[in-house]
Design a protein around this ligand. Sequence first.
Ligand SMILES: Nc1ncnc2c1ncn2[C@@H]1O[C@H](COP(=O)(O)OP(=O)(O)O)[C@@H](O)[C@H]1O
Ligand SMILES: [Mg+2]
Length: 393
Amino acid sequence: MSSYTRKPSHELFPTKGPVKSSQLIGRADELASLVSQLIAGNHQILVGPRRTGKTSVCDAAIAQLRTKKAYVVSVDLFAVETLAVLAELIALRAISNRPAVKKVLPALRRASIRVGQAAQMSATLKHEFGTDIEFAFTPLRSQKTASDQFDYSLNLLEKLAVADGRPIVLYLDEFQEIEAAGHRFGDPDLITKKMRAILQRSPHVTCVFAGSIEHMMRELFASKTRAMYQFGGFFTLSPISNDAWVDGLRKFYQADKTSITDAALALLLETSGGAARATMLLAQQSHVAAVEKGTFTVDATEVFQGIDYAMGAEQPAHESEIVRIRGMRAHALTIAQRIARAEPPYGAKLDAKQVGRALESLRNAGLAVQVKAGEWQLVDPLFRRYLERFSSF
Ligand SMILES: Nc1ncnc2c1ncn2[C@@H]1O[C@H](COP(=O)(O)OP(=O)(O)O)[C@@H](O)[C@H]1O
Ligand SMILES: [Mg+2]
């Protein structure tokens, strides 16, 4: 054993961004169902709080669709600044499904060439791109406004699908950004009307929209006055089951020749409430504790230590959440603390209107969700733990 090198905890239990398909715990049924809905051409809307595994599942679905010969186009709107860039990314990622383009992409990336500039690039690259440039980029560049470019890119999808005889799946993550404050993509009504009109006449294009701010996603897709009303079916991710966590976590520990006791698993899952990222973070930090101690068994002691480490690692994030809550409505912090301590929010010595507004801003920020009438929960169990103990005086 002495020559054995322990596997890095953050590789066994990744917590930064979506996990690889091979590291998905649970979700097998949901993944299969998402894939078959998309193959059947049914647009899907995936709504759920942050860090519950939406992107991981969608990425896995997209990877499967790719192996089934579908063309796929994924864009995370968090990472996109303007409508013009969105239009470019859609065109680039669409055309990148063609093998000839895929081949030159690394060169493009190395040269940091944006799609818009692709039409003007070097003769060699142009030669390699061949007709794809004429198909996608030259016309895109000739559009005068960002809105026309977006129009062009969306229309390009159906054109490409028909030309190449492939269905296309368009996956837009964090779609609520379309109407986030500041409207950086322009008027949300205009954009969504355009999307609906174009996608409606694109029978070979199927969409999956994911979003983490539930009320915004519902407003976009379930409100009668909105252009995307009933555009697709809502796809709900259930919590990952206890059994799936137990199997999955055991397997990941095993990959480092490590075992975890039943008591330790129970403690870990009770603390994380089965929330996806929190569970992975606690598993990761408990592994850190085990490695530090040189043991290959994770017991409750290592989990307690793991919880402390995790709270320490999250402290800067928790502190900035407090600052964010303080910047919201008056009393939002008081109300958040009441929720954290499982006290009824309306029991505070505040009038109902103030409590209502505070709850609304916590919900709008994606921090709290209503479980049933009068009952609220903080989305992140570790932040709940922090707030529970946090003293504002
Ligand atoms: N099925 C899963 N199995 C294991 N870990 C997961 C799973 N889903 C989510 N996670 C954990 O949650 C984190 C966030 O996942 P992600 O897919 O980015 O969530 P979302 O898109 O909902 O914000 C991941 O880094 C991982 O730690
Ligand atoms: Mg995500």
